[in-house]
Design a protein around this ligand. Structure first.
Ligand SMILES: *[C@@H]1O[C@H](CO)[C@@H](O)[C@H](O)[C@H]1NC(C)=O
Ligand SMILES: *[C@@H]1O[C@H](CO)[C@@H](O)[C@H](O)[C@H]1NC(C)=O
Ligand SMILES: *[C@@H]1O[C@H](CO)[C@@H](O)[C@H](O)[C@H]1NC(C)=O
Ligand SMILES: *[C@@H]1O[C@H](CO)[C@@H](O)[C@H](O)[C@H]1NC(C)=O
Length: 542
């Protein structure tokens, strides 16, 4: 669709708002239901009927959950005699058009599911061989439109060839598969929300996928099974791409695990609030016939839903990590206020202090969006009890800006390199020090501790392109041990800066103690058991 490309270029050059798919749908993040996280690839027609009816009887569509979507295994293993994609008569005896009518008659929008590969995904190790849409985009889009589809989730199995089931590092470019289906959907003339599900492979946020899709998965699946570790992996993975969310195109952190086992009630609350504030689609994916009242209350919190559907469409972004303690994220809302999300990484209920300076304010009028309680004017900080892996979600109005600190910067390449640590040229203007850790260390000397020394705010500019699709000890993050003047090293957990090794994270802040007055301090970066990020420079607050 040439016209769409031209329009995208015009909007980029004239308004600098970035590329956005202008298909009239998905202007705010999609909300709805998909059975996968509870039923995997085994949902029957009867279960689809029950789930759609239950979505309605629970009052969820009125809150915005409008899309009712199929997932894997609805398809047949063969096309029909005319070469069209078709369904499995055992799974869906009445067929997809009848199911679409059933769903539409409930006042819902109907979503289909397919795959930009030779075969589609399944949950039997790739042996089912359901038909994929690769090479059949025009035909399949027309079929989906004829069935009345309003949404297409487009998966990425067998994208390379008929033997390569799931590939996180494919030898081909994945983008053309999604562009082809996007163009085919546009050619149908029916507005169909396009949900790209290629698991964050090849960094879709930066293609940018916003030119072809209304949302794009940023990571490997959230489950099954649901776990806090999966949330940590995905939260770290969205850090470098929050700026790509905007009206009509959003980072997709995967479907919700609210209601499913594997997460505590407080973890489910944190999961939902974070997904809402980062503007991820909110797709319920649990057995609605068995959902607890607690999980339902999480999904029905209209203040958190409003955060997700805010017309500005901007994501919260990473502000500060107090390693193993708490994260601070914040972002703007359409009414000029700010939302702050503070995640308790501790595994116990504890008193947590949120420093307003971490989101750029000295004071603000705060509302607790989880409970709705007005907290009045808060100044400098706010302290409350937060449960294990729970969170604070605060709307801050009338924020008074606090002056940003200024830093004296020390280039990593000016330091003393020991072990394997070595400079790495990124480009003509940026050289970093890499191979810190596993014996390699970087020591900066002559660091200015000011007139009194003590505790200083320290800023790190680094590159960490160590993307992972499975959980590790530090999934999508790397640890650095930081020691001031040879004192006890402090663990600092640094999330991804990108999926590649050429994009900086600038201004990762840590308060460090042990500075002496004057310009005789040292800062040493190391990691005894793994590699740290590559460092560009370290700043110490003046
Ligand atoms: C339809 O689904 C059933 C049950 O999963 C399966 O046994 C059968 O092979 C499928 N048929 C086709 C044509 O895909
Ligand atoms: C499904 O059933 C319809 C008739 O209800 C039939 O025309 C079609 O061939 C069947 N498809 C498969 C894959 O068995
Ligand atoms: C499929 O692609 C993989 C690489 O992704 C390759 O190793 C394999 O040989 C290919 N198989 C065929 C049959 O082309
Ligand atoms: C070098 O890389 C940095 C970090 O990604 C980037 O900000 C800068 O624009 C690049 N400079 C050149 C000349 O490519």
């Amino acid at each position: 669709m040439l016209w769409r490309r031209l329009e995208a270029l015009v909007s980029l050059s004239f308004f600098s708002v970035g590329l956005a798919l202008n298909n009239g749908v998905g202007v705010t993040p999609a909300m709805g239901y998909n059975p996968y996280n509870a039923f995997l690839c085994s949902t029957t027609e009867a279960q689809y009927h029950t789930a759609a009816q239950t979505l309605v009887s629970l009052g969820l569509p009125a809150l915005g959950y409008h899309y009712f979507n199929l997932d894997c295994a609805w398809q047949s293993t063969a096309r029909d005699s005319a070469g069209r994609i078709t369904w499995n008569n055992t799974t869906l005896p009445a067929g997809v058009p009848a199911l679409a009518t059933f769903v539409h008659n409930l006042g819902l929008k109907f979503g289909v599911y397919s795959d930009g590969g030779v075969f589609a995904c399944d949950f039997v190790g790739g042996t089912a061989h359901y038909v994929g849409s690769l090479g059949h985009e025009t035909s399949d889009a027309a079929t989906f439109a004829s069935w009345g589809a309003d949404y297409l989730k487009y998966d990425n199995c067998y994208a390379v060839n008929s033997t390569d089931f799931v590939d996180f590092n494919p030898p081909i470019a994945i983008e053309p598969h999604y562009t082809a289906m996007s163009n085919a959907l546009a050619a149908t003339g029916r507005p169909i929300l396009f949900s790209a599900c290629e698991w964050g492979v090849q960094d879709p946020a930066r293609w940018p996928a916003s030119a072809v899709a209304n949302s794009w998965r940023i990571s490997n699946d959230i489950g099954p099974p649901a776990s806090w570790d999966n949330l940590f992996r995905i939260i770290n993975q969205v850090v470098p791409i929050t700026q790509f969310a905007g009206p009509g195109g959003f980072n997709d952190l995967d479907m919700l695990e609210v209601g499913n086992s594997g997460l505590t009630a407080d973890e489910q609350q944190t999961h939902f609030a974070f997904w809402a504030a980062v503007k991820s689609p909110l797709i319920i994916s649990t057995d609605l016939t068995a959902i607890s009242s607690q999980a339902l209350a999480v999904l029905k919190n209209t203040r958190i839903i409003a955060l997700n559907q805010d017309s500005l469409g901007k994501s919260i972004s990473f502000k500060r990590r107090y390693t193993n303690d708490h994260d601070v994220w914040s972002g703007p809302l359409a009414d000029g206020s700010t939302v702050a999300v503070i995640i308790n990484w501790q595994t116990a209920s504890r008193s947590l202090t949120f420093n307003l300076a971490d989101v750029g304010f000295s004071s603000a009028t705060a509302t607790d969006l989880i409970t709705g309680a007005s907290l009045g004017k808060i100044t400098t900080s706010f302290t409350t009890t937060v449960p294990a892996h729970g969170s604070m979600v605060l709307k801050l109005a009338g924020g008074v800006a606090v002056a940003s600190p200024t830093f004296t910067f020390y280039a990593a390449t000016s330091g003393t390199l020991v072990g394997g640590a070595a400079p790495r040229v990124v480009n003509s203007s940026v050289t970093v020090v890499g191979f810190i850790g596993n014996g390699g260390t970087l020591t900066l000397s002559g660091v200015d501790g000011g007139t009194s020394g003590g505790t200083k705010l320290v800023s790190f500019d680094y590159i960490n392109g160590d993307v992972t699709f499975t959980n590790t000890a530090c999934s999508n993050c790397r640890n650095t041990m930081v020691s001031v003047n040879g004192g006890t090293a402090v663990q600092v957990q640094m999330p991804l800066s990108a999926q590649t090794w050429d994009i900086l994270f600038s201004g990762y802040l840590v308060s460090l103690s042990g500075f002496k007055a004057g310009k005789t301090n040292t800062i040493t970066l190391s990691n005894p058991t793994a590699f740290a990020p590559d460092f560009y420079r370290v700043g110490v607050a003046v």
